[in-house]
Design a protein around this ligand. Sequence first.
Ligand code: BGC
Length: 340
Amino acid sequence: MNKASDVFKIKNRNGVVVTFIARGGQVIGIEVPDRDGQVDDVVIGYQSVEDALAGDGYFGAICGRYANRIVEGKFDLNGETIQLDCNNDKNHLHGGVDGFNNRVWEVKPNQEKRFSESYKLALVSPDGDQKYPGELKIEVVYGLTEENEFVIEYNAVSSKDTIINLTSHAYFNLEGAGKGTVEGHELEMNASKYTPISGVIGTVTGDIADVKGTAMDFVDTKTIGEAIASDDAQVALVDGIDHNFVIDGYDGNLRLAARLNDPVSGREMEVFTDQPGIQIYTGSHFDGTETGKLGSPIVKWAGVAMETQIFPDSPNKEHFPNAVLKAGETYNHTCVYKFI
Ligand code: BGC
């Protein structure tokens, strides 16, 4: 059995180091050299493992069983209405009060040649966990390649029909965590549509809207700051971006979803996934009261989360991708963060 505070590192020969802990599989650091070889930690978080355990439990964590929001925590499955525990106003967020980010995962070294180093994280979520049906057995591989790809592979099998949407919740700041905000970061998205939200609490309306002519248009690269500074009503609702983007050309194979670039350090990150959506969240709720890396306050827009996923509230939206995992079938999801 692992302890919550057990620390693991995966490294490659280029100086990239991913550090995570057993609690939540929380990625507490990713060290990446910049264009001059200077190394910075590009995920926001705390200065110690103790602070990570006491602080925001979503930082860098594996979220589930259903990441993102389910409206009123309710959905129908096989003719039965299931009421999940609600932890976000009257909605269910990131798997509920005791989500997978809060669990101590069983971590074992993984010997796969395609990775420089890798680990396998395992968790069993009992039948009825947060009111979800079925015992769910989850395995997640964290692997790092010599091409500077941090690969996250999820698979899961349930004993009964259930719903599932796992994701990883690291907030990136490619200049270096604690060095400022991501307003100057340039973002390009392979997404000509997104799912608008209906209010400050951020639940999706069910629409699939064109990004063209809105602040959400990152089809051509622009800075995150330009979107935040716009008077777009969707931005105003959440004081930034907290939206799911619909990945163009989704066919279940790995494809480029987004590219993030920091002109100051020259660091760039590409995000690949086989999932249909990606939530972009600019961390509007950070208020500077917590101390983060480099001893700096964790301020609004200090980082951007890029969470590959099925769309929010899919179990209640027939025209959204299917989030049902049938008993005995395998859920697979790959997300790759590639540092350039
Ligand atoms: C959501 C935000 C939420 C945050 C909590 C993000 O994935 O999109 O709305 O506040 O998680 O950490």
